[in-house]
Design a protein around this ligand. Structure first.
Ligand code: OFO
Length: 164
């Protein structure tokens, strides 16, 4: 049985994952509208992964007979300067999520809630992968360059990462 505080914190994390999902969906649409189909596809899929992260938390709450209390999700940004700006914002957002997961992990240890601590290890590993993924995309956009040919190649590269 989880404590009330643990349940509240996990419910808050559900909202953060859902916000990330909506943010990436919004970014995906910006990409499609600006003819970056590869990045649009990649972010559309990534939005799905973020909602999976939220549902994994909901499943854990359900399995522990805890109350799921969904919260209002803030409106995500829908205006971006350029493709690099989109991915710099995804990376910044992932760093915020990592911080939030790290805070949760520390809290579970303090509370001696080892089951939830163990459950959260999946998120720790996931954040490590996602930070590397988004940082890699930023590096590639910078390396290939932001002139139109370069942006086409960057978009193709991002498309090749779909499903990762
Ligand atoms: Fe990309 O973050 Fe979820 O957990």
């Amino acid at each position: 049985m989880l404590s009330k505080e643990v349940i509240n914190k996990l419910n808050e994390q559900v909202s953060k994952e859902m916000y990330a999902s909506n943010l990436y969906l919004s970014m995906s649409s910006w990409c499609y509208n600006n003819r970056y189909e590869g990045a649009g596809q990649f972010l559309f899929e990534h939005a799905g992964q973020e909602s999976d992260h939220a549902r994994k938390l909901v499943t854990y709450l359900n399995e522990t007979d805890s109350k799921v209390e969904l919260q209002a999700i803030a409106k995500p940004n829908s205006e971006f300067k350029d493709l690099l700006d989109v991915f710099e914002q995804t990376y910044k957002h992932e760093l915020e999520i990592t911080q939030s997961i790290n805070d949760l992990v520390s809290f579970m240890l303090e509370q001696k809630d080892y089951s939830t601590f163990n459950f959260l290890q999946w998120y720790v590993a996931e954040q490590h992968e996602e930070e590397a993924l988004f940082r890699g995309i930023i590096d590639k956009i910078k390396l290939i360059g932001d002139k139109s040919n370069g942006l086409y190649l960057a978009d193709q590269y991002i498309k090749s990462l779909s499903g990762k």
